[in-house]
Design a protein around this ligand. Sequence first.
Ligand code: SF4
Ligand code: SF4
Length: 472
Amino acid sequence: MYQANGRKAEEFINHEEILETLAYGEKNKDNRTLVDEILAKARLRKGLSHREAMVLLDCTIPEKVQEIYQLAEQVKKDFYGNRIVMFAPLYLSNYCVNGCLYCPYHMSNKHIARKKLTQKDIRAEVTALQDMGHKRLAIEAGEDPVNNPIEYILESIQTIYNIKHKNGAIRRVNVNIAATTIENYKKLKDAGIGTYILFQETYHKESYEKLHPTGPKHDYAYHTEAMDRAMDAGIDDVGIGVLFGLEMYRYEFAGLLMHAEHLESVHGVGPHTISVPRVRKAEDINPEDFDNGIDDDTFAKIVACIRISVPYTGMIISTRESQACRERLLHLGVSQISGGSKTSVGGYAVPEASDENSSQFDVNDNRTLDEVVHWLIQQGYIPSFCTACYREGRTGDRFMSLCKSGQIQNCCHPNALMTLQEYLEDYASPATKEMGEALIAKEILKVPKEKVREIALKNIDLIKKGQRDFRF
Ligand code: SF4
Ligand code: SF4
């Protein structure tokens, strides 16, 4: 039976409830009165239930669909302003004992280059990432108890935090590793991770088991309940996501929102982020083998509906998507993007040799970080390298209550501008620097509290004189 606060996977991701939700959406997709009621509720910025959200996702009334897009854009502006948080992935190892059919790291792929970074390699990679200007990383590793045990991950996190090269520093390490035990999640928490990220891939149990025929990841319940173990272990910020294209998108959409509702009802705080990757081409993987691929319009509608259903949850889009697609989704709800990414193991310090390929997927947006920063500024966005909340202990419900009170605007906006100023001083090209400084001069006036604005202005001046790492 469906129970949002149940602790078993089949209770909170309940197949029958999803089927009923799909039927409810289908039945009401042209129900103007209900759509209007749901949109009115969404305008209160308190979120929607998975059933309500499904009606909007299914809605086919053209002017109502336009309203959904407009509202998503407005919610995005209200909660995130014009700031876009920047990050980069760092692949530590592609050894993996699982058999995921959509990932080139699956164990039976014998022709992919297998690599694992040593601590020395990590130092070189992180130095290169710092030299690009990154402050926030997401580390990734396949599941392999022999090659990538938790001790290796912990040591790598410590190495990353300890590298101080010129003015560079990685200030937040998010971790994307396989579902694990409460004991291991406690160790990750003690290592000072930011967000623990784990994609469900698909919420459809039967498909999940087929797509994960071998390895520990085959266990659907263990994987689906991972975020509960992470939160029980004290990790406040968790990031969920599905891989769109594996199953029917409507099923995944309902599952994602039910997962978010579950975390909120059990742990008092929903997911910190939701990622929306789509299946991409990779060595040994052809996206056309998966027949649930979604077009750009459907993808945009999904992003817009997630935005208004969970307004406080950040949304992430990676370099899997093209520049044009990213541009569209930034308007509709995405608040965090990667830039200058390498999806191979190593490759930031020294490019991979042409006869090697250790990538998890082909990157679609190949621009450098400076090009991405330049492009964002050109469109009026503030690229933000802020990591303040986690370092100030504003995680989990502390973060959410600040967010809900609207006070986060007095932190995010000045922090974005101060960290952008750091980037401009240390890493930007002359053209980016010029545009960025003009943007900062304009945007600083929008900091709501006068006192905060004055301090931010003073700090920006100090950054220009060589000081670093200010935050609210
Ligand atoms: S998706 Fe993750 S667990 Fe699956 S094969 Fe790839 S790296 Fe391994
Ligand atoms: S102040 Fe907190 S919520 Fe705002 S951008 Fe920085 S880390 Fe994110």
